[in-house]
Design a protein around this ligand. Structure first.
Ligand code: CP
Length: 317
């Protein structure tokens, strides 16, 4: 059974981009496009989710995802509750499904879930009543589907098409839920060449089976790229020392103006955030003319509006 889709092929939950059909990905991107102008209006609201109650359940820290989900829900006129996990009854040992059941008893319509455990959002989606939708806002190293979607939206906005691009994902792919979601989306949308670049210790064994080309030399991997996606070193998920030092890492895998010059002259630089300047990216690049890192954040609002609107069964601005 596909937990994410209804029998007639509509989105029921958004848990992963793995296996999601190209038509659904494109529908989300097109719907997000139709929401882009809402943020420019004097009254930044549409009534699509009026009367709906959306609960943000973030068991892990977040700046961009939690905030843009909240803004997106408010722009759709939903009521949003941000459960403060640190002051919730989770600290008294309440089981996650008991927390979910209690919030469902308050007539929740949608849960947005971030959790350190891979599979947490699936676990909740399997449990909730049929009228409740679950969106995975990042689970362990498994998936971060709305980040993957907003990255595709950004690429489409700046590059127009997917079918003629070379895209490089650089850094700690091993611990990255974002990279996994990006790779699924890029290959589904027809990007002919997806590269992963990093030291052996930070690339998953067998990553080639996801349809990517592997480079351990950054200069070789960046040659001719249209899109460069930098990843953070996810120290919180590393077990043991996988790198000699941050300085050494920056020397070989940090994106500097000199390394960027090896990509196509019109290449864009992306980063999901949070960024560690001087570790994976030089400030001159992060703040430079080829960086689209802040537009990624802005587009995240329209993309999250699109996902929530489609889950709720309505999808036009
Ligand atoms: N990209 C991302 O997930 O950022 P946050 O951790 O700030 O939500």
């Amino acid at each position: 059974m596909n937990l994410q889709l209804t029998e007639d092929g509509r989105l029921r939950h958004l848990l992963t981009l793995d296996g999601l059909p190209r038509a659904i990905l494109t529908q989300i991107l097109d719907t997000a496009e139709s929401f882009m102008d809402v943020g420019e209006r004097e009254v930044k609201k549409v009534p699509l989710l009026r009367g709906k109650s959306i609960f943000n359940l973030f068991f892990e820290p977040s700046t961009r995802t939690r905030t843009t989900f909240e803004i997106a829900a408010k722009r759709l006129s939903a009521d949003v509750v941000n459960l403060n996990i640190a002051t919730s009854s989770q600290t008294k040992g309440e089981a996650i499904l008991d927390t979910v059941d209690n919030l469902a008893a308050m007539h929740a319509d949608m849960f947005i879930v971030r959790h350190a455990q891979s599979g947490a959002a699936h676990f909740i989606a399997r449990h909730v009543a049929p009228h409740i939708s679950v969106i995975n806002a990042g689970d362990g190293r498994h998936a971060h589907p709305t980040q993957g979607l907003l990255d595709m939206f950004t690429i489409r906005r700046f590059k127009g098409e997917f079918h003629n691009l070379t895209v490089a994902i650089v850094g700690d792919v091993l611990h990255s839920r974002v990279a996994r979601s990006q790779i699924h989306a890029l290959t589904t949308l027809g990007v002919p060449e997806v590269r992963v670049i990093g030291p052996k210790t930070l690339l998953p064994t067998g990553v080639e089976q996801m349809g990517v080309k592997v480079f351990h030399n950054m200069e070789a991997g960046l040659a001719g790229c249209d899109v460069i996606i930098m990843l953070r070193l996810q120290n919180e998920r590393m077990k043991g020392a996988l790198l000699p030092s941050a300085q050494e890492y920056f020397k070989f895998f940090g994106l500097t103006p000199e390394k960027l010059a090896l990509a196509r002259p019109d290449a864009i630089v992306m980063h999901p955030g949070p960024m560690n300047r001087g570790v994976e990216i030089d400030s001159e690049v992060a703040d430079g003319p080829q960086s689209v890192i802040l537009p990624q954040v802005t587009y995240g609002i329209a993309v999250r509006m699109a996902v929530m609107a489609m889950l709720a069964g309505g999808a036009t601005a």
